[in-house]
Design a protein around this ligand. Structure first.
Ligand code: LLP
Length: 415
């Protein structure tokens, strides 16, 4: 489906004109298409095929409660990286038995919480973490299921801030140390070593990189099994790219599934994947209104009411997001910088972008904002965070209300 079609020159989200939503809830506003999220999740289900797999949506990509509930309803598991994400998943009705816990710095409190909830798998990334997990599980007289997160040393060719698969990155256990560690940890009390995992980075278009990583992990699984330590779970992480720029070509979910299944063919393992961006990115837009326009002689600026505190991807990763007028404009195209009101030169949504001339009051839609959008937002410059709206067919509802001034000082005291 096309979650954001133009009809008679006007942008819709599914069956609702986005202008109507903006008129009711104001801007900036995140809008998510429920139909599109279901569709993308369904594509993963079909692409992986069979029953022996689990799709653990990476909560960090978008942790809106209503969205998590929607995915839980579709049968998704969840990949979490903090106690807070587990809290959100459970509140949304997700089942702990379908949760995997990733991350290099799990604290004792987070581990206790996840043990109590009864999650499926801890993806562990260091001996120190394994020691802590073993200790906490013994205290509770239970055994924690563990997968070693292995760093397969594969170059994922993505932005350096979101590549994770090389030795210089903090993630995972270097693959050549993994067998030794697996074997030495095997007898530790409180642990059930049950799997291997990897995640080589995010926004990856090269299917061969996923295959290379998996091949290396499978080789390791084979060595372990020959040494008497069979592996049950294989967690391939997330990372599938989405097309941000018009004309970008990225692999389909079906092609990704096929590539992975091809490598796994004949291996009797339960496959886990942790897609985040590829499930939700194109299901979301950020709606913003033009406040002012100004020209410095050198540059034309369009100043909008969404800023880097609402969407930090352009500032942080040089991320590209397509921008379009919500109502098609027959105006001359201008090269402009679309910027927010935050007092930083780095506060831009787009630079040197060709757009039909904008005027104060115009509504603009910033596309591909469903992943790593609202979740990375902040209150910088004491700006209340945006409202989040879920659209399903002709229906829409607020999933999270816009923050009020009073939210800005919640928890603060004057003495
Ligand atoms: N699993 C693990 C262990 C991860 O670290 C991540 C993402 C995922 C799964 C999901 O990856 P995805 O399918 O979404 O690529 N804020 C950045 C992206 C950071 C990704 C961090 N880890 C951005 O906006 O590009």
């Amino acid at each position: 489906m096309k979650p954001f079609p133009f009809r008679a020159g006007e942008l819709y989200c599914e069956g609702v004109p986005v202008r109507e939503i903006a008129a009711r809830v104001g801007t900036p506003a995140y809008l998510y298409s429920c139909g599109r999220i279901r569709e993308r999740y369904g594509q993963f289900v079909r692409a992986l095929g069979g029953n022996n797999n689990l799709i653990c949506y990476a909560v960090k990509a978008n942790d809106n409660l209503a969205l998590l509930r929607l995915l839980a309803g579709e049968g998704a598991g969840f990949d979490i990286v903090s106690g807070g994400e587990l809290y959100r998943v459970l509140k949304a009705g997700g089942r702990a038995s379908r949760v995997v816990f990733s991350g290099v710095g799990k604290t004792a409190e987070e581990i206790d919480y996840a043990l109590k909830a009864g999650i499926l798998l801890f993806n562990c990334e260091s001996e120190s973490e394994l020691r802590l997990l073993s200790e906490r599980a013994v205290k509770k007289k239970i055994r924690a299921r563990v997968a070693l997160r292995v760093n397969p040393q594969v170059n994922a060719k993505t932005h350096p801030y979101i590549a994770t698969g090389l030795r210089e990155h903090k993630f995972g256990i270097p693959i050549r140390d993994a067998e030794k560690l697996f074997v030495s940890v095997h007898g530790w009390p409180g642990l059930e070593l049950a799997g291997l995992s990897c995640h080589i980075g995010s926004q990856i278009s090269d299917l061969a990189a996923f295959q290379e990583a998996l091949q290396k992990i499978l080789l390791l699984a084979g060595q372990l099994s020959r040494a008497g330590f069979p592996v049950r779970y294989l967690d391939a992480g997330g990372g599938l790219a989405v097309p941000y720029r018009p004309g970008d070509t990225t692999p389909t979910i079906a092609a990704y599934g096929k590539a992975i299944r091809w490598v796994l063919n004949g291996h009797d393992l339960q496959l886990i994947v942790e897609p985040g961006r590829s499930v939700v990115a194109d299901a979301g837009i950020l709606l913003t209104r033009v406040i002012h326009t100004k020209s410095t002689g050198r540059k034309q600026f369009v100043i909008v009411d969404a800023a880097m505190n609402d969407l930090i991807r352009p500032a942080l990763y040089d991320g590209y997001h397509e921008i379009r007028h919500v109502q098609s404009r027959r105006r001359p195209v201008e090269k402009c910088d679309v910027v927010g009101p935050v007092c930083e030169t780095g506060d831009f949504i787009a630079r040197n972008r060709d757009l039909p001339a904008a005027e104060p009051g115009d509504l603009l839609a910033i596309f591909m904002a469903g992943a790593y959008g609202f979740v990375l937002s902040s209150n910088y410059n004491a700006r209340p965070r945006a409202v989040e709206v879920l659209v399903d067919g002709e229906q829409w509802r607020v999933g999270r209300r816009r923050e009020k001034m009073s939210d800005l000082i919640r928890g603060e005291g004057l003495d």
